[in-house]
Design a protein around this ligand. Structure first.
Ligand SMILES: Nc1ncnc2c1ncn2[C@@H]1O[C@H](COP(=O)(O)OP(=O)(O)O)[C@@H](O)[C@H]1O
Ligand SMILES: [Mg+2]
Length: 427
């Protein structure tokens, strides 16, 4: 490893030796002296925020301002004014002219976190400032100039956001001149124990407790855990255990109480030995699992449907299609698909564009109505209830502080606001 990389790791307290992590950090060091826009992509909690800090500190802008903007946390109505400033009288409450971040950060760097959440009208302004360095305050017609380096980060699938019309393609390519991918923790198993030890030391010091230690079976367990919340989840886990656990030697059984491997909701919820204080952590874990399972089911459904549409309105199924159908529609994977239970409707105008799959009522496949009318699926209902419960718990835990609650839930503050409204949780 180069000295430079090691220095950066020491300076920022970055732990890990996994090649993909090293590559990401090295790329950041390499592009730092240029003014190239960088887009950091990675799941929530992987350490994306180190990248813009490294870039700024290794650039000639390092003595100029560094501003972090969490695009998901600023209400849609004020974000333009926050970023670009406003004129006095531009809107009700604009009692004085105000500078925006792009003016304040002139000469420095702006980190646009959760950039995928930017409203479309702000994306237009951002594109302009990226292309020409020009912007206008809200309510002003005077063009101003600024010289700002942009590093942006996202954990959303930008291609999908572009496809859905929520993100401008031209802006994406402008931001993404250089892309830095931060690998998820489950892909760098070797770093998990290192990180555990670092956090154990940090929190032992912070709470004046002896350090936690993993016994060998617990090391194996934790290295094979998927960590949907990545390093942030591991950090929270170690903090919680440092404070709560009396025994400093962490066994696999103890660890399993905090981060159960089970994937199905009823199995975990009904486990009598799940201690009360861990309910929140394990419920969140279950939520993550359900969401991941749902996402992969939806993807499978999409590819199945598109293959069917592409190939024909009716006809034989390929093996691949059968296996996809098996995975999607068969509750327990022991059952093989019965092609006779799949019918294709034809309408009067010839073959239908979208084939409909119905099941034989005598067999155990889920009824097609269950698939089409989502509200009738018990899982999606319980998901909603759980979501509401989790939000209430997170708000209680953080005494109503929404930024902390959103962080814990792994969602943006704007999403949290929306959900609070949706579930009528405002006091
Ligand atoms: N490699 C690492 N070494 C040490 N701490 C890390 C590492 N990666 C992430 N963290 C810590 O995990 C937490 C989440 O990181 P953050 O950069 O906020 O994630 P993201 O922005 O990707 O959601 C922070 O407390 C960060 O310091
Ligand atoms: Mg972040």
């Amino acid at each position: 490893m180069s000295n430079e990389l090691q220095n950066i790791k020491n300076r920022f307290g970055i732990i890990g030796n996994f090649p993909a992590l090293n590559r990401a950090l090295e790329k950041a060091i390499q592009v730092a002296p240029t003014d190239i826009s960088v887009l950091v992509i990675g799941e929530s909690g992987v350490g994306k925020e180190f990248i813009p800090k490294i870039i700024h500190s290794e650039s000639r802008r390092k003595h100029q301002p560094y501003i972090v903007v969490n695009c998901g946390a600023i209400p849609e109505g004020t974000i333009d004014s926050e970023l670009f400033g406003h004129e006095k009288g531009a809107f009700t409450g604009a009692t004085a002219t105000r500078k925006g971040y792009f003016e304040v950060a002139d000469g420095g760097t702006i980190f646009l976190d959760e950039v995928g959440e930017l409203p479309l009208q702000t994306q237009v302004r951002l594109l302009r400032v990226l292309e020409s360095g020009e912007f206008m305050k809200v309510g002003s017609s005077q063009v101003q100039k600024t010289n700002v380096r942009i590093v942006a980060a996202t954990n959303v699938n930008m291609m999908k956001a572009i496809h859905d019309g929520r993100f401008r393609e031209d802006l994406f390519y402008r931001l993404n001149t250089v892309q830095i991918d931060m690998p998820p923790l489950r892909d760098r198993k070797g770093d998990i124990h290192l990180l555990f030890r670092k956090f154990a030391i940090d929190f032992a010091e912070k709470y004046r407790m002896p350090e936690l230690e993993l016994d060998p079976s617990a090391v194996h367990y934790i290295e094979n855990y998927t960590f949907p919340g990545n390093v942030r989840q591991l950090r929270n886990l170690v903090e919680q255990m440092t404070v709560v656990e009396r025994n400093r030697n962490v066994t696999v059984e103890k660890l399993a109480e905090y981060i159960p491997m089970e994937t199905h909701l009823p199995m975990v919820v009904n486990t009598p030995n799940t201690p009360k204080q861990n309910d929140f952590a394990s419920e969140r874990e279950i939520m993550y699992k359900i969401l991941f399972d749902m996402r992969s089911d939806i993807n499978d459904l999409k590819s199945l449907t598109s293959e069917l549409i592409k190939n024909r309105g009716a006809g034989d199924l390929s093996n691949h299609e059968k296996s996809l159908i098996n995975r999607i529609y068969t509750p327990e994977s022991q059952q093989a698909v019965n092609p006779n239970s799949l019918l294709y409707f034809e309408n009067n105008n010839g073959p239908v564009q979208t084939p409909t799959i119905i099941s034989n009522p005598d067999d155990s496949y889920e009824d097609v109505e269950d698939i089409e009318v989502e509200e009738h699926q018990p899982e999606s209902l319980s998901l909603q209830n759980n979501e509401k419960d989790l939000i209430i718990k997170a708000l209680e835990k953080h005494k109503g502080r929404r930024n902390k609650a959103a962080d814990e839930l792994g969602i943006s503050q704007r999403t949290l606001y929306r959900k609070i409204k949706q579930y009528n949780l405002e006091e």
